[in-house]
Design a protein around this ligand. Structure first.
Ligand SMILES: Nc1ncnc2c1ncn2[C@@H]1O[C@H](COP(=O)(O)OP(=O)(O)OP(=O)(O)O)[C@@H](O)[C@H]1O
Ligand SMILES: [Mg+2]
Length: 562
């Protein structure tokens, strides 16, 4: 006898429900999406015990007729798509026609809805294991969904739920995302009777960010706007407010909240030289893409998406963010405060569960067109690594390696091809390991463009005759070996489209003056002059500071004269 049996409908329902409903936050997500699809402008969410006991989502949207409300809780019923063609150009957040049915399969569901703006007569539909019932009720136009005892009939699932606070955090995570995606919609969350999030409708995104992340973050956000085949718009944070984690990054595609490694990389690569190590930029970005060029239907939760042209999406987002950063010459006014700033930021986590109360204190400021500093007097070098200088404002400490790296980076970026070359006294033969040789071979053109005279020389060997002028130190076989080794290593981790940029970064670093190297007065002067002519003089290629300043006022404060 065969061992395959046909599953019972109740079991099929629960398996399917499990794909959509993982925790209270999934219920909230589905309900919010339904409310937005129903053109609501006000969405109220009330939770008991992190949503494990009860979740209520009330909207002022179009509501449903009695007939529709009874159908809505059935599986595969939707008002949002009608045929196959619609599936390939989705215009609503929902389309699968299964969210409410999935929720109903694993909870006790009640829906109260009214589609008539001129009457209070509503329909209440109740669904549980025993079946579906309805009665008349009183409510204004709109819909209220109440979900009680989630997973009461699937104890294994219930067991995996987190604490009330943990579940609440998941809910807030999703609500804040949708509040950012739809600034004109008000979102209000209550937990066990007390209000914990109030994000009223706002005229623009910045005002909404202010409600959700606080004023300090909002005022340090830069506008992003780039229109091509893909439109990228939103806000990104200045480097000074970057966070330890990515929880303040939100990506929307056609105003649907999604998670995407591709978009994260595109965003972060635009910041490359601006961030402190391991810091993650704050960003709220929406991409408007022809719906037929994306596939939302790859996972039941619709949190992932497939783009037809990933490369185009990557470069549009990368460029959009880069333009925003570049058009605001990002110079940190008082880098001497960066240590303090970093500390403050690392301690600033959302307190309790109220993200709208988040306070971030930051001295990072945007200063446009700071004039190139004049009248610099070099006082000397400390530990063969730092230049000490004085200018009209006070004392400057310059990290010679970081400074040299920044200068190299900008020279390499700005003048590819035209950058001068220096001929080596003797050509150098480098013999990298086989796997590295393959990578170098693949990128020979990029290296030549940057000013190398490099050619293959037998199997897995290369002969180098000229190097770009950026090299400030004795070019030896060891140095070239190190350079190629690092280029090969770094390229492996580099997202598509950015390989050349990565090579430039590695070279900027390797060719730079090192720490622990004595410099003559002339060398120090040249370095400082060149540094102050850089676009982003205050941070090195890795986002570390190049210059730390102590103004006379700072000194007075330190000596307790003030
Ligand atoms: N808050 C609401 N206001 C008005 N109509 C609603 C609301 N929630 C659900 N509906 C109606 O019920 C239908 C079924 O909702 P459900 O969420 O199950 O499926 P869907 O949104 O069509 O697709 P998906 O499963 O992808 O969410 C919707 O198509 C919509 O017509
Ligand atoms: Mg839906």
């Amino acid at each position: 006898m065969g061992s395959i049996i046909r599953l019972k409908p109740e079991l099929i329902e629960k398996i399917a429900a499990g794909e959509v409903v993982e925790r209270p936050a999934s219920v909230v997500k589905e309900c919010i999406e339904n409310s937005i699809d129903a053109k609501a402008t006000r969405i109220i969410i009330e939770l008991k015990r992190g949503g494990k006991e009860e979740i209520l989502v009330r909207d002022n949207g179009t509501g449903m007729s009695r007939e529709d409300a009874l159908l809505a809780v059935e599986r595969h019923t939707t008002s949002k798509i009608a045929g196959l063609r619609d599936l390939f150009a989705i215009k609503h957040l929902g389309f699968r026609g299964e969210a409410l049915a999935s929720i109903a399969a694993v909870s006790k569901l009640t829906i109260v809805t009214n589609d008539n703006p001129n009457s209070n007569e509503a329909t209440r539909v109740m669904v549980s294991n025993e079946g579906k019932h309805w009665e008349t009720a009183a409510a204004p136009r709109g819909t209220t969904v109440v979900v009680r005892q989630l997973f009461y009939n699937t104890p294994a699932r219930r067991k995996f739920l987190g604490s009330d606070v943990a579940e609440l955090k998941h809910v807030l995570n999703i609500v804040t995302r949708y509040a950012l995606a739809y600034p004109n919609v008000g979102f209000f969350v209550k937990h066990n009777g007390s209000e914990i999030l109030s994000a009223p409708p706002t005229p623009d995104l910045k005002a909404k960010v202010s409600h959700i992340y606080g004023k300090d973050i909002a005022k340090n956000m830069l506008r992003v706007e780039r229109s091509g085949t893909i439109k990228v718009e939103g806000l990104v944070g200045v480097p000074g407010i970057a966070r330890k984690s990515r929880e303040y990054q939100s990506f929307f595609v056609n105003r649907r909240y999604i998670k995407s490694q591709l978009l994260t990389e595109a965003l972060e690569s635009a910041y490359k030289t601006l961030l402190f190590l391991e810091r993650k930029p704050v960003a709220v970005l929406n991409l408007t893409i022809d719906p037929s060029k994306v596939d939302v239907n790859i996972h039941p939760t619709k949190l992932e998406i497939k783009f037809d042209d990933e490369d185009a999406v990557f470069s549009e987002v990368h460029l959009a963010v880069k333009e925003a950063l570049e058009s605001n010459v990002l110079i940190q006014k008082q880098p001497s405060k960066q240590g303090v700033l970093a500390k403050v930021l690392s301690q600033t986590k959302p307190q309790s569960t109220k993200p709208q109360q988040l306070e971030v204190s930051t001295q990072a400021m945007l200063v446009k067109d700071e004039p190139r500093l004049k009248g610099i007097r070099i006082l000397g070098q400390i530990a063969k690594s730092y230049i000490v200088a004085e200018d009209t404002q006070g004392l400057m400490l310059v990290d010679q390696h970081a400074a040299s790296e920044r200068i190299n980076l900008e020279r390499l970026q700005n003048s590819k091809m035209t950058l001068g070359k220096q001929t080596l006294l003797q050509p150098i033969l480098v013999t990298p390991p086989k796997h590295q040789a393959a990578i170098i071979k693949h990128n020979l053109e990029a290296l030549k463009e940057l000013g190398f005279d490099i050619a293959e020389f037998g199997q897995n060997e290369f002969i180098v005759r000229e190097v770009p002028v950026v090299f400030k130190q004795n070019v030896t076989k060891e140095l070239l070996n190190e350079l190629f080794d690092e280029i090969a290593q770094n390229i492996k981790k580099t997202p598509r489209g950015l390989v050349n940029e990565e090579i430039v970064h590695t070279m900027a670093c390797k060719a730079a003056i090192k720490a622990n190297q004595e410099l003559s007065l002339k060398e120090m002067e040249d370095l400082l002059n060149e540094l102050l002519g850089c676009k982003l003089a205050y941070s090195c290629a890795h986002g570390r500071p190049t210059i730390i300043r102590f103004t006379v006022k700072d000194l007075e404060r330190l000596f307790k004269r003030r």
